[in-house]
Design a protein around this ligand. Structure first.
Ligand code: G4P
Length: 536
């Protein structure tokens, strides 16, 4: 076994960059990820369209299989090398498989890349995921995509991000036209344009033509008079109006650098990747009950951020995904599972791709590993060296947005029903609530994504032999009462659509049909503090 020396393991950690990609479905997250992989040499695409189709096929097959098995869809982790960096991309599942896991994945990332469709601006799912990034104060990098199609006005796009998301923007480059008139981007630092040419389509070899804007004759010749006039005018406006670049503000999540491009035609992707890598952070330190743990500390530690049940039906196995927070992990070593108070070897440590698993012998802070879980891990659990015993700060519970009352078809199977539903809730696939003043006889299930309802039904039937009926409830907003010790829940004056419930730990919560009612209830009960996350 290779000996761990200070230099080789800190070097390994410092070259890691771990980020999540967030976007609304169809903004181009998959396409952009594939282009990143292309630059990293992880995949070899003959042409973007063909490569994309093949890659997609593999992913969707995997998802179909998972659906048939009735389990949630994996968020995959991709690792690739680029320019000396070791990059981990965490995919955040969207569409109907959007679930709490999507939020939890963001807890394991050190920064986020936000992909926005240039003809749409900020959309619903981006808004939701963005909130979690803000809560964690992680840097956010924006890629405005699909400039090869007609796009919204660039100033309006930036304005939209600032107003909708409340984050300042700093364009790193600037698009020259869009759609049929897309000519390339202007690099604000180098003060030159990088001309868009079809030759780059789907390959990484295409040569970009760089022309300094000072050379106005050449500029006009390449992009034409009309585009040149507009660009020169916009540069002037932009230099006067936009936020100054400030790396500290980027690192604290207060300013997002913005790049423009077209993932499909592979324009502006490598430029974005290079800027991103220069600005994003090495693995971040994490808060534990004994203080801050630095990633370069020699001792291994990690926390579980996601549990995937039944990846292999034949074995009824579960995979616990963990983010390594410090040191080096070696498959041979013993680690302590703090919450279980047990020293053990992690079983079958692996790197999970969309459709492939690779057994790992070592990994470093910043990496994500999946390990076989015989049912002992819970979300938020800490792993560390046998001699240590500390716990990382827990993962918050995120507000579900869909609710249903659960009824058993055969009331004789009460025990299995309670066991099943509690276990599935413990894995974090669903949240369960009860009427505030009653016991387990009346169960309300809350989920972030509606697919989770099907998952629950399927799994209870298949794994616990319990048939259930779900009756949808109209609630869409849930709030934890943060100052529950100071509030007399019985005396709360709510709105007519408000319902009082409690979670499995007995924490009081309020359910609302309208978002308006949340504000109204706050107005009517001075001193009440409500939260969309629970850290208990
Ligand atoms: P997602 O992961 O964010 O959901 O988006 P994805 O990459 O799957 O892209 C959604 C659609 O947008 C795809 O088209 C994709 O080809 C297209 N797309 C992505 N980036 C660009 C871009 O820069 N320009 C243009 N014009 N289109 C882009 P589709 O027709 O839904 O899928 P497919 O048939 O191409 O696979």
């Amino acid at each position: 076994m290779e000996e761990i020396t200070l230099s080789n393991y800190t070097e390994e950690i410092n070259r890691r960059r771990t980020f999540a990609i967030i976007s609304h479905p169809d903004a181009g997250k998959t396409t952009l990820t594939e282009k990143f992989l292309l630059y990293g040499g992880a995949i070899n695409l003959a042409g973007s369209v063909k490569g994309k189709a093949t890659a997609r096929h593999a992913v969707s097959d995997w998802m179909e299989i998972e659906k048939q098995r009735g389990i949630s869809v994996t968020s995959s982790v991709l690792q690739f090398e680029y320019d000396g960096y070791c990059i981990n991309i965490l995919d955040t599942p969207g569409h109907q498989d959007f679930s709490e896991d999507t939020y939890r994945t963001l807890m394991a990332a050190d920064s986020a890349v936000m992909v926005i469709d240039a003809s749409k601006g900020v959309e619903a799912q981006t808004r939701k995921l963005f909130k979690v990034c803000v809560m964690r104060k992680i840097p956010i990098f924006t890629f405005i995509n699909k400039l090869d199609r007609d796009a919204n006005d660039t100033f309006e796009l930036l304005d939209d991000i600032e107003k909708e998301l409340g984050i300042a923007t700093c364009p790193i480059n600037w698009p020259i036209g869009s759609g049929k008139g897309f000519k390339g981007v202007y690099d604000r630092e180098k003060k030159c344009i990088i001309a868009y040419s079809d030759t780059e389509k789907g390959t990484k070899e295409g040569t970009a033509t760089e022309i300094p804007v000072e050379d106005e004759a050449a500029l006009r010749q390449v992009i034409g008079d009309e585009a040149a006039d507009k660009l020169l005018e916009e540069i002037e406006l932009l230099d006067g109006a936009s936020a100054e670049f400030d790396l500290d503000a980027v690192r604290s999540g207060d300013l997002t650098p913005v790049c423009f491009g077209s993932a499909l035609t592979n324009f502006g992707v490598e430029i974005f990747l290079q800027h991103f890598l220069k600005m994003t952070t090495t693995p971040l330190s994490r808060k534990a009950d004994i203080g801050i743990i630095e990633p370069t500390e020699k001792e291994f530690s990690a926390f579980v951020f996601k549990i995937q049940a039944n990846m292999n039906k034949a074995h009824r196995d579960r995979i616990a995904f963990m983010r390594i927070c410090s040191g080096k992990f070696d498959a041979q070593m013993e680690v302590r599972h703090v919450q279980g108070n047990k020293v053990m070897r992690l079983s079958q440590p692996q790197q999970i791709m969309a459709d492939e698993r690779k057994i790992l012998s070592e990994a470093y802070a910043g990496d994500i590993i999946g390990v076989f879980d015989p049912g002992i891990f819970s979300i938020g659990d800490t792993l560390c060296m046998p001699k240590d015993k500390f716990q990382y700060e827990g993962i918050p519970t995120f507000a579900p947005e869909h609710f249903a009352r659960v009824r058993q078809v055969d009331t004789m199977k009460r025990k299995q029903f309670v066991k099943g539903i509690e276990q599935i809730a413990q894995e974090g696939a669903i949240q369960i609530f009860q009427e505030f003043n009653s016991g387990l006889e009346e169960i309300i299930v809350g989920v972030v994504g509606v697919l989770q309802f099907d998952v629950l039904k399927y799994r209870l039937e298949n794994e616990y032999n319990v048939e259930i009926r779900l009756e949808n409830l109209p609630y869409e907003h849930i709030r934890w009462i943060e100052n529950k010790d100071e509030v007399d829940i019985a005396k709360l004056v709510g709105t007519s659509d408000m319902k009082k419930v409690k979670d499995m730990k007995g924490n009081p919560l309020l359910l609302f049909i309208n978002s308006w009612s949340v504000g109204m209830t706050l107005d009517r009960n001075k001193g009440l503090i409500l939260s969309e996350f629970s850290r208990n």
